[in-house]
Design a protein around this ligand. Structure first.
Ligand code: DGL
Length: 259
């Protein structure tokens, strides 16, 4: 079992930001990344549709023998991880907007959260937000359109810059000192966010925390791959190969899959 792969899925290419952190921390693990780009974005879909798609992705990764699954998508985690955990035996690692560290560290008592509609409207997000951020001012912004631009290769476009300016304006005016990235596509916006935000605003993304949690769960389940050699990654996508290639190492094994 220890040599079996770790499965990672997202609604599209964004979860590669999580894959990078996992691959850096656990280079001798075999990883399989699944980008369901044909169905992106998940954000505007309802909970039932997100659960259906998460089941489809999980079933595919299990058919490849995965020993653990990382739901590298905030939208799928906040809507579907409870269902997945109750219906499958393998351990699941999820990702949620890191509101807790922002709420604990803010000096202006004001933090911004950029996430999808599906994440911001989920019961899990409300619960976490009420638990850790009820005493601070939280500016929630639905990042409508961002995932679509990234999925169609327009990460570095003027359109993206204009959209971000609109989304960040109310946060800047309210004097946020932390911006939480609540979608795994968003770490790819880092250069633009740094350009557009005042210097004192810190940006929080959870990639490294998810990688550490993956290692901890593999260890506690005695599932770590103890081989000392670097293992391989297989990437699968049901849409644009070139967009995925542009975000990960070109030498990687990237394949089109009709799923
Ligand atoms: N990467 C997904 C997330 O973290 C994007 C969601 C979407 O497809 O709308 O939420």
């Amino acid at each position: 079992m220890n040599k079996q792969p770790i499965g990672i899925f997202d609604s599209g290419v964004g979860g590669t930001s999580i894959w990078k952190a996992i691959n850096k921390l656990l280079p001798n693990e075999h990883t399989i990344y699944l980008a369901d780009s044909a169905n992106a974005p998940y954000g505007p879909k309802g909970k039932d549709a997100i659960i259906e798609l998460s089941i489809k992705n999980t079933e595919y990764l299990l058919s490849k023998g995965c020993k653990l699954i990382v739901v590298a998508c905030n939208t799928a985690t906040t809507n579907a991880i409870d269902y997945l955990r109750s219906n499958y035996k393998v351990p699941f690692i999820g990702i949620e907007p890191a509101i807790k560290p922002a709420a604990l560290q803010t000096k202006t008592n004001t933090v911004g959260i950029l996430a999808t509609k599906g994440t911001l409207s989920s019961a899990l997000f409300s619960k976490t937000s009420n638990l850790f951020a009820s005493n601070i001012n939280v500016l929630e912004q639905n990042g409508d359109g961002i995932v679509e631009l990234i999925e169609t290769g327009q990460l570095h476009s003027e359109k993206m810059k204009s959209l971000l300016k609109i989304y960040l304006k109310p946060m800047i005016e309210a004097n946020i000192d932390y911006l939480v990235l609540g979608c795994t596509h968003y770490p790819y916006l880092m250069p633009l966010l740094i350009e557009l935000l005042p210097k004192h605003v810190k940006i929080i993304d959870s990639g490294e925390a998810v990688a550490r949690q993956t290692k901890a769960v593999l260890t506690s389940h005695d599932l770590l791959n103890d081989s000392s050699s670097i293992d391989k990654t297989e990437f699968f996508t049901n849409r644009n190969l070139d967009v995925l290639k542009s975000l990960v190492n070109n030498k990687s094994d990237i394949q089109y899959l009709d799923f």
